[in-house]
Write a protein of this length. Structure first.
Length: 441
């Protein structure tokens, strides 16, 4: 019963979509598991975004797992995801219009719904917070998770019992409308309109809704390879990330058990996906961040392959902050996730640098930190200590095997492996499926 978790090892946008897509495609040469047959999203909502490039086609997915591009795969939206039904239907329609069938999609009845008042509250709260805002995607995701924890959330299964749906909505909307009107001076929501809209969504979504834990459990029992796809990333984890600049769910590997309804013993492999450098969207501390001309230069390099796009968030369209690879952060991510291997993406972006700084420690005052500092005040003021590796001048985006990489690029990968203590099995040198180098164990 092989289950593999794919987790972002940094602050997101590492290229998890490409990695999931690769594993989904044909399994892996030499891997113990067969090809992936089920891909499960286990947390987050449509605040996430994966970009997958297949030839000239670019797919941007927010809710539906990347596996949907493969006809043999069943994509599953697990109970740990919050679902905006309007967005889900839009995404299904967009994919279907492009010839990608979503007929196999399964959606957990236990997943919570994103409601219009969640989105409105997200928007007005960000405005209210001003310079203290979290830079959320304003998709209402945090508010949906908050209502889940407060036990006033509406779930996908509520869509199929109008009476219960309306009772719950009536109860919760009174409070939300009062908050919107009295605190934020916003217009109240019309209960009848929400109910009518959501009943229409129910009709559309009915064929996809199922008991996903039974489905996943059976797949595992039959020995089918299940891939659990994390959205966002480790340093954005609600518990372990750089709080409060985090997401409202748990992307770490342990979150996969909760958000998909599987047992820890079912997980056989945890793949961490890390960029060869780091990006971060939104506010929060970032010790290896670069600024000014140095950042502009890296931004330009990241856009050399137009299909990958320069560093804008898939979901947000916001320019990403950029910085050098941080091994301290990666060691922390490994501690939390127990990576069995790392995939390093975007190595191509680093081509042409004479020198490549890699952060191996932090300094805070006179103290050196080899491990991620537990206290936020320390982390906020840490300075990165770098080792400087020799860069390579050749374009590596067309290299077909790891052996063909310039020796400096191989040395860079080996250095990351040594610093993080995690084997690196795959290096990605471009957005295309073919631009993937496998490194023998
Ligand atoms: P995800 O959410 O972790 O899947 O990341 P995103 O989809 O937001 O961002 C990854 C972007 O990088 C996408 O546009 C990918 O097509 C692109 N990408 C993935 N791997 C590589 C790579 O090795 N090199 C380059 N240049 N782009 C890549």
């Amino acid at each position: 019963m092989p289950a593999t978790v794919v987790v972002g090892a940094q602050w997101g946008d590492e290229g998890k979509g490409k990695v999931t897509d690769l594993l989904a495609q044909s399994g892996e040469r030499g891997a113990a598991e067969g090809p992936v047959e089920v891909v499960v999203r286990y947390q987050g909502g449509d605040n996430a975004g994966h970009t997958i490039v297949v030839g000239d086609d670019v797919y941007k997915l927010n809710l539906i797992p990347s596996g949907v591009l493969h006809p043999h795969i069943t994509p599953v939206i697990g109970n740990g995801v919050v679902v905006n039904p309007h967005r889900l239907i839009e995404e299904i329609d967009e994919l279907e219009a492009r010839g990608i069938s979503c007929a196999k999609l399964r959606v957990s009845g236990n997943a919570h719904l994103v409601m219009p008042y969640h989105i409105e509250l997200d928007k007005v709260k960000e405005r209210y917070l001003g310079k203290n805002r979290l830079d959320t995607t304003k998709r209402g995701i945090g508010y949906a998770f908050a209502d889940k924890a407060m036990r006033v959330g509406l779930r996908v299964q509520d869509l199929f019992d109008r009476k219960i749906f309306e009772e719950k909505l009536d109860f919760v909307l009174k409070e939300k409308n009062a908050i919107l009107a009295k605190i934020y001076g916003s217009l109240p929501f019309d209960q009848g309109k929400i109910a009518a809209d959501y009943m229409a969504y129910a009709e559309r979504l009915k064929p996809y809704v199922t008991d996903t834990t039974v489905f996943i459990h059976e797949a595992l029992r039959e020995g089918r390879h299940v891939l659990l796809e994390g959205a966002q990333a480790t340093l954005l984890d609600l518990d372990h990330g750089t709080y409060p600049f985090v997401t409202s769910s748990n992307p770490v590997a342990g979150g996969a058990c909760v958000g998909a309804g599987i047992a820890p013993r079912d997980i056989t492999r945890v793949i961490g996906v890390a960029k060869a450098y780091i990006t971060r969207v939104g506010a929060g501390p970032f010790p290896t961040e670069i600024h000014g001309a140095e950042a502009e230069d890296m931004l330009e390099r990241s856009g050399r392959d137009a299909r990958a796009g320069i560093e804008f968030g898939t979901r947000t369209g916001r320019l990403r902050r950029l910085g050098w690879f941080d091994a301290v952060l990666l060691r922390y991510a490994d501690r939390l996730n127990g990576f069995t291997e790392l995939v390093i993406t975007k190595m191509d972006v680093l081509s042409g640098y004479a020198e490549l700084p890699v952060c191996t420690e932090y300094m805070y005052g006179d103290e050196r930190y080899k491990e991620f500092p537990a206290h936020q005040s320390v982390f906020h003021h840490c300075e990165a200590v770098y080792e400087r590796l020799k860069g390579w001048n050749a374009d590596i985006s067309k290299v077909l095997t790891a052996d063909e990489m310039p020796k400096e690029a191989r040395a860079f990968v080996e250095f990351l492996e040594m610093q993080t203590g995690v084997p690196i099995r795959i290096v990605s040198v471009g957005p295309e499926r073919e631009q993937t180098l496998r490194i023998a164990a």
